[in-house]
Each structure stands twice: as C-alpha cells, then as structure tokens.
Design a protein. Structure first.
Length: 331
C-alpha cells in the first residue's frame, strides 16, 4: 500500500521533499493562517438537513444515505439546509431513483481523517439501519494541519473498509485544491495545490482498493473557483457558496447514482471522453487533476477511470425532519 501511495505522489508531480521539511512546514502553517484570516469573515452554519427527501414517491421504502467528512460535507457557508451538499444529493438521488431518500449527516466541521472512525460508528450504530450508500468528503483540514498523508489515508481506508463490510456503497469526494483560496499567493499557492493533489491521489488509491468509488473535487475547486471567486466562495473566501456546493454536488451525483445501479451504462467506456482502464496510481493522479473524474472498479492493479456527464440537480425541497433541526457548532 505504501508503494502505491508513493507512486501516486510521483505521478501527481512529486518533488515536495526537495523543498525541505522546514519550508513545507512553514508554508503549510501560512495556509492555516490564511484560513483563519480570510476577509475576517465567518462562514454561517446551516441547520441540519437530516430527514426524508422525495416523500412524493412514498410508499416506496426509502434509501438510506449518510454523509461523512468535514465542513465541506456539512455545508458550512450556506444558510439553508436545502443548500447543503447532503440535501442537494439526497434530492437528486430521490429524483433519479424515484424513491424516497432518508438523509443523515454525521460530518463535523473541522474534522480531519482521524475523526472518520467516530463518524462511521455513528453511521453504523443501528445494525438494522445500515446505510445503502455513503458519501465521504475529507482532506482539507489534514493538509492545513500538516497531518502525515500516510496517516490520513490509513484512516480513510479503515473507514471505507468498515462501511463496505457492513454492506454500504461508498463514494469519496477527494481533497479539494487549497491552492485556489484567494489570500494564498505564490509560492504557497503552488505548494498547497501540490500537497492537495497528492493527498487526493493517495485517497483515490486506498478508497478504490477497499471497494469504494472516488470523485475528484480538486479541479472543481480549481479553475471554476479561481475564475468566479465571488460566486463560488462563501463570505469567508474559504468555504464554498451556495453555487459552489451545487457545482460539487452535480459532479458527485452521477457516481452516487451509479453506486446504486441507477445510472445507465454505468461501466460502459466512452472513448471520446478519454475514459479507460489505467494503472491505479496513474488513474489516481489524473483524477486529482481533472474535475469530477470518477475512479472505480479495482481489478488487480487496474481501475476504471470515467468522466461522467453531470446531471442538473432538481430544485432543493425541504426535508421532512426526523428530529428537530439544530444548528451545528462551527470549527
């Protein structure tokens, strides 16, 4: 496994060690300072979006959907529960499946990969209600807190393995590109992008190896965010805005549906879209560079790389709450 992670880093550009450990530590500390000082703004916390989506399709049995991860998975930066990634994906999944979807969000703002063990325990606490599918969005805080990549991916691999063993499908939205944060300038921008992509590539390798699927968020939070920072970043210029989360959700939704067998021709290759079977490390590095790229179906050292066509999300609808909505603490 360590060899595969190293290979993924090499394909992704490598060479960080040449900068020296002291320089890396200093620059990543500056990322953390930039995160704390961006515009002096504070991103709002949305109400919890947990509940039933697509109730119009009752009395079909609902699909159970759980979201794990950090503030990006929670949806920090928006003000309404229907604008969070979980609500957007649950609404989209219900529309495609024509079936109710029961959403539960156990993600935590400020979480790093070592918090996934706790979140997975929450997701699996009722053996009679194992999730049908889970989405994990994690990694940015690992980069800003200088968590060793080997530790990050070990925690992610364990989380995916536990969920898959329990019978849940798993989709991982890999580490976003921190080189797009507006207050981050060169050479820190270059290094932040490099470290983010290398972690995303390593996450892809371990997640697919445990039977999950991955979708790259790096480029979604790259050119599109850089070109439209006022539209796609929230009030603190760090977390995405409503439009930013919708962009990411549109990229994840096709893979989420494919994981449940709801996407037509899920594994048919489209050669004109540069899809194919690639060595896992090469596919992981390519996915880290291109928005919305899916990696799935490990067959020995080979995996399937797909560029799924995005599906426009239906208008978000209010969930039927399973419990009183509450505002999540920041972090």
């Amino acid at each position: 496994m360590a060899r595969r992670i190293a290979a993924g880093a090499a394909y992704g550009g490598g060479g960080i060690g040449l900068l020296g450990a002291a320089a890396v530590g200093l620059l990543l500390a500056e990322v953390q300072l930039a995160k704390r000082s961006v515009s002096g703004g504070t991103a709002p916390m949305p109400p919890a979006p947990d509940g039933m989506y697509g109730a119009v399709y009752a009395p079909e049995a609902p699909a159970r959907f759980v979201v794990l991860g950090d503030s990006t998975a929670v949806g920090q930066g928006v003000r309404r529960s229907g604008q969070t990634p979980g609500a957007l994906l649950a609404s989209g999944l219900a529309a495609v499946a024509e079936r109710p979807v029961e959403l539960r969000v156990v993600a935590e703002c400020g979480a790093r990969s070592d918090d996934l063990a706790r979140q997975v325990s929450l997701a699996l606490q009722d053996p009679a209600r194992v999730p049908d599918v889970c989405v994990i969005m994690i990694g940015a805080n690992d980069v800003t807190h200088r968590v060793p990549p080997t530790e990050s991916v070990r925690c992610l691999a364990a989380a995916v393995r536990r969920l898959r063993t329990a019978g849940a499908e798993v989709v991982v939205g890999t580490c976003p590109d921190l080189g797009t944060i507006e207050p981050v300038y060169q050479p820190l921008r270059f290094l932040a992008r490099r470290v983010s992509r290398q972690l995303a590539a390593a996450q892809t390798i371990v997640a697919v190896g445990q039977g999950g699927r991955t979708v790259s968020l790096g480029d979604l939070l790259g050119p599109e965010f850089a070109a439209n920072p006022r539209e796609l970043f929230g009030p603190d210029n760090y977390h995405p805005s409503t439009e930013g989360y919708a962009t990411a959700a549109m990229a994840v939704l096709p893979t989420l549906c494919a994981a449940l067998g709801l996407w037509p021709d899920a594994d048919r290759l489209e050669m004109d879209r540069h899809e194919g079977m690639l060595p896992v490390a090469e596919a992981a590095a390519e996915a880290a560079r291109e928005a919305g790229t899916e990696v799935t179906g490990a067959r020995g050292p080979w995996v399937l790389l797909k560029h799924r066509r995005r599906r426009r999300l239906p208008p978000p609808v209010a969930a039927e709450p399973t419990a009183a909505a509450e505002v999540r603490p920041g972090g």
